[in-house]
Design a binder for this molecule. Structure first.
Ligand SMILES: C[S@@+](CC[C@H](N)C(=O)[O-])C[C@H]1O[C@@H](n2cnc3c(N)ncnc32)[C@H](O)[C@@H]1O
Length: 305
């Protein structure tokens, strides 16, 4: 079962008007969505987006509210989703990044290095690119790049070299085959720390689902869709995601964009956002104890001005 991370803090920060319109860009198991619906008046409207049809169908069965519209879409199409629903502005938008436990726990989805399954890792199972293509068809240098950039894997070169050598013998079809190749490619001391395939699996998953590109694309759309006073809440789980959110918010909350050596401001810039909390909200030790997935979570909240 998926345990929502920073649940209370997210909904408390998100809701500024109980009668307003809200978007949950990452429905997942519906944990945040459910509490959001509880907080809102019956005349409020909620739009839930997820690109995983299985997840969405699963949640649809659990959450049946008249004021909820669930849409199967990539959140990088937020503009289009709102346009199709004839919604111009909303009071709050939340994004809870990454995969859900629902996706991780179903071994056939191929996200986990603990369970044997065909290499897949697609959140949207209608898309063509899967982990299998990356592992079996991408060049060694492309694999090195994603392991390094998206997994911050210091053994990226030796892992990608081992992958390419192995696939010359026969295709790498399953998660456990890949995990074993990675394990053999890294020094013994590295194997004793966390699971040696952890960073590579993260990197491949991010590449398959274009997670960072999607995040970069949705943020400006979210700002444009917010009413004045509306809030954007983003929960990230690793430094790559958080860096994008932090940089974006820094840029959107900066008053003046003149070069620092200008004696007076000539740009007249008015920032579209202000930060609600200067620092990100992080889980308490109690939350981490019951939900270790919360360990690296950071919630950043900004308000449209
Ligand atoms: C961490 S889970 C969300 C959990 C949810 N907040 C809950 O409480 O159950 C992330 C969800 O976002 C979805 N997702 C990730 N990237 C997406 C994207 N670009 N567009 C739409 N959905 C996405 C995943 O399919 C997954 O179901």
């Amino acid at each position: 079962m998926h345990q929502p991370v920073l649940l209370q803090a997210t909904i408390q920060n998100l809701v500024t008007d109980r009668h307003g319109t809200y978007v949950d860009c990452t429905v997942g198991g519906g944990g945040h969505l459910s509490l959001l619906l509880d907080h809102l008046a019956p005349d409020a409207r909620v739009i839930g987006i997820d690109k995983d049809a299985d997840t969405l169908n699963n949640t649809k069965v659990k959450l049946n509210a008249d004021n909820l519209t669930l849409v199967k879409s990539d959140f990088r199409q937020l503009d289009k989703v709102l346009y199709d629903l004839e919604i111009i502005h909303v009071d709050g938008i939340m994004i809870d990044l990454g995969v859900s436990s629902f996706q991780l726990d179903i071994s056939e989805r191929g996200f986990s290095f603990h369970d044997d399954a065909r290499l897949d890792m697609r959140m949207n199972r209608e898309q063509k690119l899967s982990a299998w293509e990356i592992v079996n068809c991408w060049t060694e240098s492309e694999i090195t790049r994603i392991l390094f950039e998206y997994g911050e894997e210091s053994h990226a070169r030796s892992i990608s070299n081992a992958i390419v050598k192995s696939r010359h013998q026969q295709p790498i079809n399953t998660t456990l085959e890949l995990a074993e190749i990675i394990k053999e490619a890294v020094p013994a001391r590295y194997r004793r720390e966390k699971h040696p395939a952890r960073k590579s699996f993260q990197a491949i998953r991010i590449a398959v689902n274009e997670e960072l590109e999607a995040l970069r694309e949705v943020l400006p759309q979210a700002v444009a869709a917010l009413k004045v006073g509306g809030r954007l809440c983003v929960i990230s789980f690793h430094s790559l995601e958080d860096r994008i959110v932090k940089q974006f918010l820094l840029d959107q909350t900066r008053q003046c964009k003149c070069p620092p050596d200008f004696p007076v401001c000539i740009c007249g810039c008015r920032p579209p956002l202000k930060l609600v909390h200067r620092k990100p909200i992080i889980p308490t030790d109690e939350e981490i104890a019951v939900n270790p997935r919360a360990r690296s979570a950071k919630l950043r909240v900004a308000e449209r001005i």
